[in-house]
Design a binder for this molecule. Sequence first.
Ligand code: HEC
Ligand code: HEC
Length: 276
Amino acid sequence: MALVGALALAGCQPAVDVSRAKVDRRLPPAEEVLIPLVIDEDWRPIVPDAIQGKQVFDANCAVCHGASGDGNGPMAPTLKAPDVDVLTAFLSFFHVELQRPPLPSKPINFHNRDLENVITPAILYETVTQGRPHTAMPAFGPEASFGANKAQTLTNKERWDANAYEMTFRTTPEELSAAKQLYEGQCAECHGVSGDGKGPRGPEMAASLWSWARGEGPGIFTDINYIVQHNPSELTNVVLDGHVLMPSYRGKLTQAEIDGLVDYIYTFFYAHPPIK
Ligand code: HEC
Ligand code: HEC
């Protein structure tokens, strides 16, 4: 009788993957809920494209940043920082000039890894959108932040494209293809060949990590709004020291190999020429 009852009950259970259901009930920590950033003017997701970004860059940015991104464009030596603040702006109305002669403003060298390491793709985008106050870097978005110059407006997509192209200056096709080999040999078993967390060991990770079960968050390199808010230093630290189920590679990979892997990981979020 008890057996029949148990069988009847079991028959009534909807077929659920219990381990998965347990995982999914856990809500993400509040700080991990990110506002989508890689969107067009109508809040539709976009895929930044480094190939189209080259055209945007050559037409709008190379004059200061240089076609090769080294910061030595034809206008670079003449650039001055606009020195605008509320007080000087107010006093100039009464012809009282408090301003000192403007200081030179040097475009950033995009090949400088030490600098790029601490900047997220989101901050690059913010800089291109709002300009950088009190420097010669103008805003290409609809509004400049206070103290920044305003250039001709580019669309969200054009600014993300230019951003993606800018990220290719810090590496070379050779470095990326070496990193691809390393990634496919050592990392893809969990992270997946396309960075989506669907490698052969992906399900094992997803069984204990809610984020992997949902296909988002740390280690899911196709989660674009997550990855663009993390800088190369943060990603490097996780590769060096490991985190949760991510193994530590300290002493197993050289710094140059890790730099290459980090640059390669970012390529999952933007379109680019094929990496051999
Ligand atoms: C009129 C010259 C000028 C133009 C045009 C210009 N920039 Fe800049 N840009 C600068 C200067 C100067 C800086 C350095 C600002 C500073 O000192 O922090 C800068 C900084 C930046 C930064 C910040 C980099 C970092 O690591 O902090 C980014 C990103 C950037 N520019 C992207 C672009 C893009 C993309 C375009 C074209 C759409 C562009 N810039 C056009 C002058 C320019
Ligand atoms: C055994 C499976 C496994 C292997 C192998 C593995 N990872 Fe991970 N990795 C993970 C998991 C799981 C996470 C997420 C950890 C967490 O939740 O914080 C992760 C996270 C990361 C992150 C952090 C991303 C972020 O946004 O914070 C980076 C970067 C990373 N892995 C790179 C690599 C690289 C590079 C390799 C190869 C050298 C590699 N991983 C190999 C499982 C793995």
